[in-house]
Ligand binder design. Structure first.
Ligand code: ASP
Length: 362
């Protein structure tokens, strides 16, 4: 007798699960970005994140920051409104902040442990995935513009220290005397940081006397509390995204230290398929998590909204690892996200043709 045909229903749960998960994914995509502002073009900037409170920031100082942030964001917006490129807009906005002593970039760069100023910057074009960056430069007034020259006039992506300065000279950039970056406020701040470091060293010395096997580390530095790096991201009328970030790095940094800002994918990233991101915070963590690219990748691979992706990386992954800081981002639909896990982040944006400059701190 021929064996009875067996009917197999094992595929049913698989099909049901697939249909349900596709339905759930489509609901998630629809719902998430609803509240986020969106526009046909726009620019978002930051002037650093950190431990700030309404008590610690004096009203006169806050007014100065707000005024400069408005100036910077409007400089970029004006370019976009006139039909200019997102690359021109982010460069212009960052230059305004680099020229101000208020921010830890360009003129206001913090001092290294050796009392020098070593600047990093990066710019990225989301259309072609082109990028240019410089690190450890000491005589460049506007590192963001040198980063753009690296992107546009060299076959390379990243140039450092004297080599980058040599390239700058070849490109006709006038180098400044390193004294240009001296500001009394940053110098005094470095002295206070060194005093605190000495105090901690004394404490560690006492602990070692009690416990001689305890290891000591030259890099046992304080965790920076304030990050004054500057950055901008923009979407232009042609639908192109760009990101730019510029910094003096972390105060009291040791010989040759480079942070996240000039590293493509860590502190700066732009991709027309997803978003443009600029970061500020404790660079070592941003490098380890590849923060800026991770946000883009979550959008690309999982179909997440910008808001979901940015919150997941900054509020969950970065926070879990112990890193502090924030990001500003804009996506190809002109939606923006500005998450941070510190008490404040200097930030501002202007969206669309009639957009007003919105500036915030806490
Ligand atoms: N991210 C910068 C760095 O680590 C610091 C900052 O944001 O101010 O170099």
């Amino acid at each position: 007798m021929a064996p009875k045909k067996q009917l197999h229903f094992g595929w049913i749960p698989f099909v049901v699960c697939t249909v349900l998960s596709l339905f759930a994914a489509s609901c998630r995509k629809e719902a998430a970005p609803a509240e986020a502002p969106r526009a046909s073009f726009g620019i978002v900037i930051h002037g650093g994140a950190g431990a700030m409170s309404r008590q610690s920031v004096k009203p006169e100082r806050e007014a100065l920051f707000r005024q400069k942030l408005s100036e910077a964001v409007l400089a970029g917006h004006q370019i976009l409104k006139a039909g200019g490129s997102s690359l021109d807009a982010v460069e212009a906005a960052v230059r305004v902040m680099e020229d101000s002593p208020l921010f830890n970039a360009g003129k206001g760069a913090v001092f290294t442990s050796e009392g020098t100023n070593e600047l990093d910057a990066c710019i990225m074009d989301g259309q072609m995935l082109k990028a240019g960056s410089v690190a450890g430069v000491k005589r460049i007034k506007n590192p963001i513009s040198l980063a753009r020259l690296v992107m546009e006039k060299s076959p390379h992506v990243m140039m450092v220290a004297e080599g980058a300065e040599k390239f700058a000279m070849e490109q006709g950039v006038t180098l400044v005397d390193p004294k240009y970056f001296f500001t009394q406020e940053r110098w005094d701040s470095l002295q206070r940081a060194k005093e605190r470091e000495k105090e901690r060293e004394k404490e560690r010395e006492k602990e070692r006397e009690k416990e001689p096997k305890r290891s000591s580390s030259l890099f046992d530095m304080t965790i920076p509390e304030k990050f004054g790096t500057v950055g901008a991201v923009a979407l232009d009328k042609a639908g192109n995204l760009a990101a730019a970030t510029s910094t003096g790095g972390t105060q009291n940094k040791r010989f040759g230290r480079v942070g996240d800002c000039p590293i493509v994918g860590a502190g700066t990233y732009a991709n027309n398929q997803t978003c443009a991101v600029s970061a500020t915070g404790h660079g070592e963590y941003f490098i380890r998590l590849n923060v800026a690219h991770d946000i883009s990748a979550i959008m690309e691979y999982r179909g997440a909204s910008l808001e979901e992706a940015a919150n997941q990386v900054v509020k969950e992954k970065l926070t879990k690892l112990g890193g502090t800081g924030g990001i500003v981002a804009i996506d190809k639909q002109g939606r923006i996200a500005l998450p941070f896990n510190t008490s404040g982040m200097w930030r501002g944006y202007v969206l669309g043709p009639e957009g007003k400059a919105v500036v915030a701190v806490f």
